[in-house]
Design a protein around this ligand. Structure first.
Ligand code: ZN
Length: 577
């Protein structure tokens, strides 16, 4: 290939890649809080200072200062150019940059899955029983096409097909499509079931979900096992179709099952994905965060669904996503509800979605009849561990107020109880203090850090300070890049545009929010830092003017002196604000 890859493709590939997964192919990473760490491969060290952030999709070595996104890592490790690194990453993901580039390996697996999905789909068209099952559940033919639903026929038909197509049994076994009995006979993993192909985000069949139609056979639902193409904790059903709408609206509806996704989609609610039967995983939360700001959880109302909802809330909050819970009347699941009541009724329920605080209070309340003070305190304690994950201080205030109102508890006491709770858990540090003692360069870095992490803080900075106000040359150049960016900064994607190694490393290091910002409102922090920077800027200007005054005094230029004094008075006023 000539070496030109469009920016769009580069961004797309970096969004598909999971930096933790890719770096893990090169060196062992160990989990450390919300990040991963390792001994740095780019300099000699005995204790790990090489950190990888799954949330931000970047890495940084705090020992030697190397950092960047997934492409930077592959470039440095393999000692290859940027376009070559993009190609290497694309290949690992099974994304073809051009058709000629397609290599064997995963391609074989993708081809088998695609052909088998087609086969199941054709089988469905021949099977009246399966068709009538789907139509009874309200699934129409265009939805069947859209989701490429299928039917797994009895064993011999499936085995014949595979033989005719010449698929090797070993490959089929690796894909979880065949199993071998203790007598050594091959038999299909799926038979006489409705088949739901599971697509990757790039629209390739990576696995299958399946459901029986008689409600007597067990298990009712069956998913492909782990395979070279499929890790169910890392995929979301329906994301390939929902992605654009999620990105556009910033919202995603998270449901439990395939039929929930399909039924909502059919009703024109297209920003919906399912967590594939299990409760949400960290990898899935990261995946959601790439596209959405707000998640509406609409799990089933049974006890397993409730536990999964609470776990989901905590995981999503921890990953700085907004969460609300759609709680459908009479404990119906979304497919059932929307099938019976239609789109508008569902959207109405979505508008009534409960904040996670209200949801928690409601479920705790349902658990016990007597609502004693003891019970209330028990609820408060279980809410505190969720609240601890809230990053914004304003939001926290709002929640504490709400809890005090709903439970009839004194707000001030509640607040001090919460602070005590956090201190006991050892992660409480509203310490934005101490900026005043920092060197210029450090303060400027702090500001860059805050505005990379928080879009509103960036807007605030753009309004009140300019890159030229930065004194440190590297910070000034980084500020120019950051200020000229429109909208929210996603470090891993933003870095694709930065060609300067030093700025790239600076931005990757700053993208790791340091612990002094933990629990701090980033806009407040930005305001305070900007005030400090401006104060120093004014201070420097005053010193400069004072020097000028001295020289004008010697020359006796009265007019000029008066003007300068006025300027100084004005600057001093500003410093006091
Ligand atoms: Zn290093």
């Amino acid at each position: 290939m000539a070496g030109f890859i469009s920016q769009e493709t580069i961004d797309y590939i970096s969004q598909q890649a999971d930096i933790v997964e890719i770096i893990s192919e090169y060196l062992p990473l160990t989990r450390s809080g919300r990040n991963y760490k390792a001994l740095c491969p780019f300099h000699e060290e005995k204790t790990p200072s090489f950190i990888v952030s799954p949330e931000k999709q970047i890495f940084h070595c705090f020992g030697c200062g190397v950092g960047g996104n997934v492409f930077t890592f592959v470039m440095k490790w393999e000692r290859i150019s940027f376009p070559e690194a993009v190609k290497v990453v694309a290949q690992k993901l099974g994304i073809s940059i051009s058709l000629e580039e397609e290599k064997e390996g995963k391609q074989d697996f993708y081809r088998i899955n695609a052909e088998i999905a087609d086969f199941f789909h054709q089988q469905l068209k021949k099977n009246k029983v399966a068709q009538s099952y789907l139509s009874k559940r309200g699934i129409n033919s265009s939805t069947i096409e859209k989701f490429k639903l299928g039917w797994a026929p009895p064993s011999n038909i499936f085995l014949d097909f595979c033989k005719r197509r010449g698929f090797s049994e070993e490959n089929l076994e690796k894909l979880g499509l065949l199993k071998r009995s203790s007598q050594g006979e091959w038999y299909p993993y799926f038979k006489e079931r409705i088949m739901f192909p599971i697509f990757s985000i790039s629209n390739r069949v990576i696995a299958f979900g399946a459901r029986v139609i008689d409600d007597r056979s067990l298990p009712k639902y069956l998913n492909s096992p782990q395979s070279p193409l499929f890790d169910k904790g890392k995929n979301l059903y329906g994301l390939n179709l929902a992605r654009d709408e999620i990105r556009k609206s910033g919202e995603v509806i998270l449901v439990e099952g395939y039929t929930d996704v399909i039924t909502l989609y059919q009703e024109g609610i297209t920003n919906v994905v399912a967590s594939l039967g299990t409760s949400l995983t960290l990898a899935q939360a990261h995946l959601l965060k790439r596209y959405a700001k707000k998640v509406f959880i609409a799990y089933d109302e049974d006890s397993a669904g409730k536990i999964a909802t609470i776990r989901g809330i905590n995981l999503l909050l921890e990953n700085e996503l907004q969460v609300e819970v759609i709680s459908l009347p009479e404990g119906k699941d979304p497919a059932e509800f929307v099938g019976k009541n239609g789109r508008e009724a569902f959207l109405k329920e979505k508008n009534k979605a409960l904040s996670y605080i209200d949801y928690r209070i409601k479920t705790e309340r349902q658990k016990s009849k007597a609502f004693t003070l003891d019970k209330k305190l028990e609820i408060v304690n279980s809410l505190f561990s969720t609240l601890k994950k809230v990053k914004s201080r304003y939001l926290l205030d709002e929640h504490l107020k709400k809890i005090s109102e709903t439970l009839g508890l004194n707000e001030e006491s509640l607040r001090s109880e919460f602070i005590r709770f956090c201190k006991e858990k050892g992660n409480f540090s509203f310490s934005v203090l101490g900026f005043k003692t920092l060197q210029e360069e450090e303060i400027e870095k702090k500001l860059l850090q805050v505005i990379i992490c928080d879009e509103e803080a960036l807007q605030l900075a753009k309004k009140s300070i300019s890159p030229a106000d930065f004194t440190h040359p590297l910070c000034r150049r980084a500020a120019e890049e950051i200020f000229s960016h429109e909208g929210k900064i996603t470090p891993s994607v933003f870095l694709n545009r930065i060609k300067d190694d030093k700025i790239c490393s600076l931005i990757s290091s700053l993208s790791f929010v340091d612990s002094s910002f933990e629990g701090v409102n980033l806009q407040e922090a930005a305001r305070e830092i900007i005030r400090t920077l401006k104060r120093r800027l004014h201070q420097r200007r005053i010193e400069q003017l004072t020097r000028m005054i001295k020289s004008y005094e010697k020359q006796g230029k009265e007019e000029k002196l008066k003007e300068l004094y006025e300027q100084i008075v004005e600057l001093k006023k500003n410093i006091l604000i």
